[in-house]
Ligand binder design. Structure first.
Ligand code: S3P
Length: 469
C-alpha cells in the first residue's frame, strides 16, 4: 500500500490544572474512506512503568516512543516532585535520572494524578515502600474510582493509608520503614493492583507473591526483569492466572526502554477502518503482547479483514504492523476469560458490533463499571443516542447490530471525562448514516493527544460542534 504516512508532531500536553474548563464538543462526519498509514502513540501502560522504574533505578534511563499524553505526564510530574530528574530531549527521547530504590523525597504539595488510575495506583505501590508522607488526588473521574483494592494489600505490607470515605481519593499515604513481604490472592483481575503490590515488594526484605485470578497484562513483570529484578512466574491450574513472585531489595539498574505503539490506541483507527466503506489503514509497530490482544482475536472472529505483518520483538515486547480493511462483520459472544486482555477495548468493540449483523454479547466485564467512567452505562447511552439497541446486566452487556449501513447516528454522546468513550463515538460517527458528536473532546488528551490530526490524516472529517437533538 503506497499511502502517505502521517506523522503527527508531538504536542506538549497541558498540565491538568491548565485544561480549559469549557467543554469542547466535536462532531465526526460520515462519508469518507480512511486510507493510509499512521503512527499511533506509545503504549500508556508501558510509558508509566518506564518512567517509574527509571526513577527507582540507579543511573540514567532513556525512553524512546514515550506516550506524551496527560496521564503519563502526571506520572512524570509526580516523580519530579519527589526528586527524580525527568526531561524530554530535542529528539523526543526522554531521560530519567533515577534516585535509586527508596530514594524518593517527600513532595511539598499534593500529587495530582489527573485522570489516571494507573498513575495513582502504581504510585501508591511505590510510596508504600518510602517512609515519607504524600497526598494524592485527581480529577472528578479519578476521585470516583475505587482505591481500596490497592490500599488493602499495601496496608498489609505496612503502609498507612487514609482515604476519603468509600476508599476514594484524595488519600494520604505514609510508607513503611520496613515493608513486609506478603502472598496476596488478588480479589480482582487487575494489573494495576498486581503492579502496586509488586512495586511495594521491591522495598520488602524477602519475596512478595501475587496470585492472579486470571492473567492480566504483564508489562511490570517484563520491565522489572529488564531493570535487573529477580522474578518468578509460575502457571497455575485451570483458568487461574499465574503466581508472580518478586525477590525484594534488588539492585535496579537503569535500562533503556523502547515503547511500542499502544494496541489500545490502535483500536480506534483500526475499528474506524473496519466499519467505514472503502477504507484500508496500516498501523506500524503496534504492541502485540498476548495479554493485550483480545480485541484483535475478537474482531477476527467477527470476520474482520485484519492482518498482522512483520511480527518482531522490540524492547522485550512483541510488535507487528496491523493492516485493516473495511469488512462485513458478524456478532459474536466474547468469552469472559478474554476480558483482561481487552479490558479497555469494550467501548470500541461495541461500536464495531453496532455495524455487525446480529448480536454481540460481552460477559464478565463488571470491571468496566469502575473505569474512567461506568463504561457499560456510557457505551449503552452513546449507542442509544445514535439509534442502536443494547441490553445489559451488572457484569455484561450486548449490542444488537444494525448491519454495515444501518447505524442511524445523529446523536451527541456524553463522554464523562472518559477518553475511550470520546474516541469510540467519534469513530461511530465516521461510518453512521448521519454525523455523531461528543459533548467534550478534552479527555482524549489523556491517552491520544494527536487523535484528531492522525485521524484527519487518514481522511476523517471532524468539526467543532455538538448536535442539537
Ligand atoms: C492498566 C491496567 C488496566 C487498564 C488500564 C491500564 C495498567 O486496569 O484498564 O487502562 O497499565 O496496568 P486494571 O488492571 O485495573 O484492570
Amino acid at each position: 500500500m503506497s499511502a502517505p504516512s502521517h506523522a503527527p508532531q508531538p504536542q506538549a500536553a497541558q498540565p491538568q490544572g491548565a485544561r480549559p474548563q469549557a467543554a469542547r464538543p466535536l462532531r465526526a462526519h460520515p462519508g469518507r474512506p480512511l486510507r493510509g498509514g499512521a503512527r499511533v502513540p506509545g503504549d500508556k501502560s508501558i510509558s508509566h512503568r518506564a518512567l517509574m522504574f527509571g526513577a527507582l533505578a540507579v543511573g540514567e534511563t532513556r525512553i524512546s516512543g514515550l506516550l506524551e499524553g496527560e496521564d503519563v505526564l502526571a506520572t512524570a510530574a509526580a516523580f519530579r516532585a519527589m526528586g527524580a530528574e525527568i526531561a524530554r530531549g530535542p529528539d523526543g527521547v526522554w531521560s530519567v535520572a533515577g534516585v535509586g530504590l527508596g530514594g524518593l523525597s517527600e513532595p511539598d504539595d499534593l500529587l495530582d494524578m489527573g485522570n489516571s488510575g494507573t498513575a495513582a495506583r502504581l504510585l501508591m505501590g511505590v510510596l508504600a515502600g518510602h517512609p515519607i508522607r504524600c497526598f494524592l488526588s485527581g480529577d472528578s473521574s479519578l476521585r470516583a474510582r475505587p482505591m481500596g483494592r490497592v490500599a488493602d494489600p499495601l496496608r498489609q505490607m505496612g503502609a498507612r493509608i487514609e482515604t476519603r470515605s468509600g476508599g476514594r481519593l484524595p488519600l494520604m499515604i505514609e510508607g513503611a520503614e520496613a515493608v513486609l513481604p506478603i502472598e496476596y490472592d488478588l480479589p480482582v483481575a487487575s494489573a494495576q493492583v498486581k503492579s502496586a503490590v509488586l512495586l511495594a515488594g521491591l522495598m520488602a526484605r524477602g519475596a512478595t507473591t501475587v496470585l492472579e485470578p486470571a492473567a492480566t497484562r504483564d508489562h511490570s513483570e517484563r520491565m522489572l526483569r529488564h531493570f535487573g529484578a529477580e522474578l518468578r512466574v509460575e502457571d497455575r491450574p485451570g483458568d487461574l492466572g499465574p503466581a508472580v513472585t518478586l525477590v525484594g531489595e534488588p539492585e535496579l539498574r537503569a535500562a533503556d526502554v523502547a515503547v511500542p505503539a499502544d494496541p489500545s490506541s490502535a483500536a480506534f483507527p483500526l475499528v474506524a477502518a473496519l466499519i467505514t466503506p472503502g477504507s484500508e489503514v496500516r498501523l506500524p509497530g503496534i504492541g502485540l503482547n498476548p495479554t493485550r490482544t483480545g480485541l484483535f482475536a475478537t474482531l477476527k472472529e467477527m470476520g474482520a479483514d485484519l492482518t498482522i505483518e512483520n511480527e518482531r520483538v522490540e524492547g522485550g515486547e512483541p510488535v507487528g504492523d496491523l493492516v485493516a480493511r473495511h469488512s462485513a462483520l458478524t456478532g459474536v459472544e466474547v468469552p469472559p476469560a478474554r476480558a483482561p486482555s481487552m479490558i479497555d477495548e469494550y467501548p470500541i468493540l461495541a461500536v464495531a458490533a453496532a455495524f455487525a449483523e446480529g448480536e454481540t454479547v460481552m460477559r464478565g466485564v463488571g470491571e468496566l463499571r469502575v473505569k474512567e467512567s461506568d463504561r457499560i452505562a456510557a457505551t449503552e447511552a452513546g449507542l442509544a443516542a445514535n439509534g442502536v439497541s443494547t441490553r445489559s446486566g451488572e457484569d455484561w452487556f450486548s449490542v444488537t447490530g444494525k448491519g454495515p449501513d444501518g447505524v442511524p447516528g445523529g446523536g451527541t454522546v456524553e463522554t464523562h471525562l472518559d477518553h475511550r468513550i470520546a474516541m469510540s463515538f467519534l469513530c461511530l460517527g465516521l461510518a453512521a448514516q448521519k454525523a455523531a458528536a461528543i459533548d467534550d473532546a478534552a479527555a482524549i488528551a489523556t491517552s491520544f493527544p494527536d487523535f484528531e490530526p492522525l485521524m484527519r490524516g487518514l481522511g476523517a472529517e471532524f468539526s467543532g460542534e455538538a448536535i442539537d437533538d
